[in-house]
Every structure is written in C-alpha cells, then in structure tokens.
Design a protein around this ligand. Structure first.
Ligand code: 13P
Length: 253
C-alpha cells in the first residue's frame, strides 16, 4: 500500500511571515484528515519558521525544500546543503523541477547528484521529470521521460526506493491551466514505474511513489487521483490558497 502524497510547491512566493499564516490556515482546514501525507515546500527563507510552527502546533505536515546543492559544505556562494536542510528537519526535497532545468540550466547529471545526496542525508527526494510540448506533439514523451528517469536514478540504492517520489510534471501543463488528462497522467505514471522495475531487481518499484503535477486544482484532483498508478500530486499555484489546497487534500470526500 502506497500512502498518497500531496505536496504544495510554493515556488518563489510568500515571505516567511506570509508562509506562517498560510500553513496555519491550512492546518485549521485539514487537521482532521488522515491517510494522506501532506508536504509543504516553502522557499528556503521560510523553512525555519515553518519548522517551528509545525513543531509547536504538532501539525501533521511534512516539511519540504524546493532544491538543494549536492555538496555538504564549501565555497559555493548562494547554495544550501543537505546538512543544512536536515538540521531543519526537512523531510522531502524537490529536485529537477522543470523551472530549475529551464532557467538555471540543471542537467539530469546535476539532478542525479542531488538525489543521491538527499538520500545519503536521510531525506526523501521528489524528483521531477516531464516533457516539453514539442516533444509531446511529436509522440516522443515516453522516451523523453524514460531518459530522464534512467539518468536521474543512477546509483540510487535499491533499498531506498520506498523513500523516492517521482513527480511527472509535463512542462506544458505547469501554470498553464492545461492539465494532462487523467488517462495520460496514469499512463505515464505506469510507464515510469515500469522503467524503475527494469532498473532495479528487487520489487522496490512497488514502493516508489509517483505524483502528477501541472495545473492540479480542487476541481480536477479527484479524477487525477483515480488512476491506480498516480500516488499523489505536486501542486503549484493552487497550493498558495489554504482553501483551495485544503480541498485538494480532502479529495476523497
Ligand atoms: P502549477 O500547479 O501552478 O501548474 O505548478 C505545478 C508545479 O510546477 C508544481 O511543482
């Protein structure tokens, strides 16, 4: 049984004060929900505050970061290390988001180093993959995503697959209001799981969780989560509103 995982990627929104308000409003609305893992991923500057509030109010939320550098420490101005995140009780780290790949030129190799570093420090990667529109239109999405998954999972220990989350986020669906159909999302999630099954020998592929991301809203969450291969969602814009995100978390009602 894979526990559904609903993560909010707040991207570069919310000061630490706004972030505290948001997480408190969200908790007010979903504190009675069980059986779903909820992850909030604020910007780095809000991690400490959110960690404190989650701990103080015993909120059943996991803390996530939006990126990390793969070295433990050193002269890497502007970067944040896995050690620093672990010290803040960060549980999940998003890596390889298409915005990082596009604007900050991250390669699969960079993403792979980060995935390995996150696992080595006892945290759990939310590893993003997904194709641009022109690749989808050429019918090459499955192959494109396959390359990303294979490249980014190099040297991942088999016994840690249960700690891995892969988020399938087609680039054309991010922030566009255009969602992948539930059938396409489920099909790609199944495809990703089969790729993982080919790489690893133990049945760990049954444990890996696969999310869909891209214009997820309260109005489409139910049908997206109905796909048996879809274990959760990675939500951008809709996670910035406590009401909307709470409705997403309560998708089973
Ligand atoms: P939107 O939900 O705003 O489309 O963003 C998706 C995303 O990029 C989550 O990481």
């Amino acid at each position: 049984m894979r526990i559904p995982i609903i993560a909010g990627n707040w991207k570069m929104y919310k000061t630490h004060l706004e972030a505290v308000k948001l997480v408190q409003s969200l908790w007010y609305e979903v504190s009675d929900v069980s059986g779903v893992e909820v992850v909030v991923c604020p910007p780095f500057t809000a991690l400490r505050s959110i960690q404190t509030v989650i701990g103080m109010d015993k909120m059943n939320f996991k803390l996530g970061a939006q990126d990390v550098y793969f070295e433990e420490e050193g002269a890497f101005t502007g970067e944040i290390s896995p050690l620093m995140l672990k010290a803040l009780h960060v549980d999940y780290v998003i890596v390889g988001h298409s915005e990082r790949r596009q604007y900050f030129k991250e390669s699969d190799q960079d993403v792979n180093k980060k995935v390995v570093a996150i696992l080595a420090h006892g945290m759990r990667p939310i590893m993003c993959v997904g194709e641009p529109l022109e690749i989808r239109e050429k019918g090459q999405a499955a192959r494109y995503v396959e390359d990303q998954v294979v490249n980014c999972l190099q040297s991942v220990p088999e016994d840690r697959l249960g700690d891995m989350v892969i988020a399938y986020e087609p680039i054309w669906a991010i922030g566009t209001g255009r969602t992948a159909s539930p059938e396409d999302a489920n099909e790609m999630a199944g495809h990703i799981r089969r790729i993982v099954a080919c790489i690893f020998s133990e049945p760990g592929f049954q444990k890996i969780r696969i999310q869909y991301g891209g214009s997820v809203k309260a109005s489409n969450i139910k049908e997206l989560m109905a796909g048996p291969e879809v274990d959760g969602v990675l939500v951008g814009g809709a996670s910035l509103s406590a009401d909307e995100f709470a409705r997403i978390v309560r998708y089973r009602e």
